[in-house]
Design a binder for this molecule. Structure first.
Ligand SMILES: Nc1ncnc2c1ncn2[C@@H]1O[C@H](COP(=O)(O)OP(=O)(O)OP(=O)(O)O)[C@@H](O)[C@H]1O
Ligand SMILES: [Mg+2]
Length: 213
């Protein structure tokens, strides 16, 4: 089993959106996938409650039980565990990074978000867990985006080549417990998630059969 953690100490940057969309992509690719919802707000769990489909599995998990429950998931044949970390909680972010094979750090192209991202990156690097910043809520173009890309590169942090745009499909899908690629399979959000899933599989050394289907 591989473990992906989605961590950012900044709130509202798209952690849960990416965790659930990637989990749906992985299930569609034949991977047994479980989302570990570490956030007391339980957004991923609410998303799952609203969802008609029974997969991906989503479990609200107290951070102190994470290590044990990841081991149990691996024993039951889970292929991919995705940790949806809460905002603000440094200790939980720490714990999540410790158990992950790869960490995605969603970041909006804005100054305050970059400051928060720096803190998250330092924390993840402490465990030497490979990580990449993924830009979310991206405008089609503009100075903010270019500045953010330059800043992240100057910090020596890996920047995920896939950018997630600011798209209504992401929030619309969540209202019915779906992922953007399920409500608009041919939309731009779907394409972004497809590419992000592909990138994540490469980082996790996990086979990606989605193209072959
Ligand atoms: N790329 C996007 N474009 C437009 N809206 C988005 C995008 N990503 C997420 N959203 C919306 O923004 C809101 C916050 O997203 P989300 O809950 O995924 O962030 P989060 O980082 O998990 O927040 P929290 O820190 O509170 O856990 C949600 O309403 C979601 O539907
Ligand atoms: Mg969240």
């Amino acid at each position: 089993m591989k473990t992906l953690a989605i961590i950012s100490q900044k709130g509202g940057v798209g952690k849960t959106t990416l965790a659930t969309a990637l989990a749906v992509a992985a299930e569609a690719d034949g991977k047994r996938t479980a989302v570990f919802d570490l956030d007391p707000q339980a957004s991923a769990s609410f998303w799952s409650d609203t969802r008609e489909a029974s997969t991906p599995a989503v479990a609200a998990v107290p951070p102190s039980r994470l290590g044990h429950l990841l081991k149990a998931a691996a024993k039951t044949g889970c292929d991919l565990a995705i940790i949806d970390a809460p905002p603000f909680a440094k200790d939980v972010a720490y714990e999540s990074a410790q158990h992950a094979d790869f960490v995605l750090i969603p970041t909006r192209p804005a100054v305050l978000d970059i400051m928060a991202m720096t803190k998250t990156t330092e924390l993840v690097r402490h465990h030497k867990t490979p990580c990449a910043v993924v830009l979310t809520f991206c405008p089609p173009a503009g100075r903010e985006l270019a500045d953010t890309i330059e800043t992240v590169s100057a910090m020596g942090v890996t920047l995920c080549p896939v950018r997630i745009g600011q798209r209504i499909a992401f929030s619309r899908a969540q209202q019915t417990g779906q992922a953007a690629q399920e409500v608009e399979p041919d939309g731009k959000a779907a394409e972004e998630i497809k590419q992000l899933y592909k990138y994540t599989c490469i980082q996790l050394n996990l086979s990606d059969e989605s193209e072959k289907a």
